[in-house]
Design a protein. Sequence first.
Length: 318
Amino acid sequence: MAGQYPPPPAPPYGPPAYGPPPQYRYVPARRPPRRSAGGTITGIFGGLTAVVVLGILGFSLFGGEGGIGTHVRSAAPRTASRSTATDNKLYATGALTPVRCVLPGLVPGPASMRRFMNVLSDCLDASWSKQFKKAGMRFDTPNRVFWQTPGSSPCGSYPAPGASAFYCPANNTMYVGLTNVVETSGGEPLSHYSVFARVIAHEYGHHVQDRAGILLYGDSEMEKGDTATRTEASRRIELQAQCFAGTFLSSERATLPVTRAQYTAMIIDVRGRGDERLPPDQRDHGSGRHYAGWVIAGFKGRDLSVCNTWTVPSSDVS
């Protein structure tokens, strides 16, 4: 998703790269060897997509309790134990405390999307700051770069074809393209705000992982060398960020109502970003079933304990 930038960057964490209608496509980014951050789906869904998607996922829309992201490894010479990921204090803090987030309506144009992203990011700042305080952990809010023109970061250049967002822990910054996020949404109307909110919440989830030390452990696993370990660690990172995004959107439902149409649009979008059709060495985000399923797990479960992707079987993060 990002180009080479001295010193050579690791690939960013973010939504798998995919192209505009009529077909999603995988766009491999330039990156150092042994690391990939891609994802894809070939083809788009037909008129009965919602029914098919939810059937595949095995989840009901509003049953039970509930109703585009990549990161780049930090160069900081630190270490993290496995327990940092498997038994993090955040998991014991319960559900996110609502901050009564109210988002502005989206209209065509980058100015509207910028305002939407900034207000949403303010809400995420407030929400996750409260959660880290519950855990007795220090939290610093991330920086934001919502781009309209090409640029570069410590983790690489942007935009890359088909990519819309990434998180760079080297400078604790979320990068999201104001027009790219719409162009890579597969034609979703702006009225389906949950599709775009999920992207921001996912990138913020990577910052949460970074601040909690989880990302550091995940990166250490990705450096072990063998393809299977690397790609599975990447999937656990990405799918946890998906779950964190779901918990946030669920916690704010009093002021950010997610209608059936909003929910369905969001699940269709994430289901379409699965990487099951890619070669094994490129499957680092998760299948469409799991990429959507972990959003649903967070949305319906709400409690952060449901987002512990580090202790579940490999089959749950395939």
